[in-house]
Design a protein around this ligand. Sequence first.
Ligand code: FES
Length: 515
Amino acid sequence: MQPSDSVSRQMPQFPESLWRANTDLPSFPRLNEDIQVDAAIVGAGIAGITTAYLLSQQGCKVAILEAGSILNGTTGHTTAKISAQHGLLYDELLNHFGEEKAQMYYQANRDAMNLIQNNVNNLNIECELQPESAYLYMESDDELQKLQKEFDAYIKLGIPGQWRDKLPIPLHVSGAIEMPDQGQFHPLHYLKPLVDEILKAGGRIFEHTTITTLQKEGPFTLTTYRGKHKVRCSHVVSASHFPFFDGGGLYFSRLHAERSYVVAIKPETAFAGGTYLSADKPKRSLRTASWNGEELVLVGGENHKTGQSICTHNHYEELEEFGGKLFGIQSIPFRWSAQDLVTLDKVPYIGQITSGDEGIYVATGFNKWGMTQGTLSGMILSDQILGKDNPYTPLYTPSRFKADPSVKNFVVQNADVAKHFVAGKVGLVNRSAEDLQPDEGGVITLDGKRAGGYKDAKGNLYLVDTTCTHLGCECEWNEAERSWDCPCHGSRFTYEGAVIEGPATEPLEKLDGHE
Ligand code: FES
């Protein structure tokens, strides 16, 4: 399918997030020497930056090592709601973890919201932080019972909330739960001042620096791609989505990657305030944001497992249609997508990477709620590194193992990976490179074998081996982002084969000699 034919006339041709478009971020050098620090933090999203910020304020010498550019992963492409209302969750937490831990989850996220507010106050950060009620709503009558059970869980856990039969926006619902005093902000305008504070405290930041190995000597030595340079440190934090170091924790089988989409619309009618999330399918999310002094509505949703969608353009079009029906559309200045990791029991893995690996920490699997849970990661991990007790350690520890529902989800998830591993290897498509139109990509047959091709608008052809360099699944073409996406663990590659997103660290093999 050709993007130019399939994208609506109003939709921007290329994806770009509003947050990145209106933030002037500094750039940092590649690591080109061996260094020694107290704590090395791999990944420069909200979790890595908050951890580095909190540690640096306590006199800890930190370095952040980012494989791409800072704040260009999920943090740069989130919807940036700040909330403890994470969909239909509390009833499930109550059943699987019990009352004490379900309450702890709520309180942990409230504490993270308070830290964001305190940082904004103390550092005078202008990031459009504003309080909003969060609404979790159900459109269909059939599943209303699930929302009612969720509300019962709020009552049992003492979580503030009100049942609503109507929403402030013109959307007919069968019921909704309003959680007051939640919020939204501009994530990069919030995090850029934290980056400045890290640098002022003597912290160092390196971009385009991929860490590929961790050796337990010195006590730890990290090595950059192709062994060029080394970072020696006493503590290591993996805040890079899929951990760059597994440590036998089997993270590849305990996480799955999902993509979701956002269109930023300039509405024809005023938005009544609040943030919104559907509890039933299709997934929908709404909030406002400002751009050039005007209010935009961010319409999000359409989640699917990475590499497992037939036509990614359709997702943008569905969101456009939904937003258009509710508010009318004058224009669509931005569209973008994000990738999130989800754990087996929907609670992130934050803490020591395995029970035997003291000094090596991970923060991942924020289940699409990275603003609070990424901030929380910084709080938990900085406490652990500084030797302080943190009340949320037991709930978030990656070494927990809940037999229910994790065992079932573990089996389902790995069966899904196996299915895609096999499916990608069988059968050839009846299509060759010559069949590709300008600005079109897809799987083709080349010399009797499966290959990936993309022809740019000028007719230049880019051919790659679609075999993912992580564990060998076959990547699928994502026409909306012009990328190769792996259905097994979510690695993503440009049409030229360069890594956009791990766990893969090696590029796809080029088949045509384009450099
Ligand atoms: Fe694991 Fe592709 S991301 S095989």
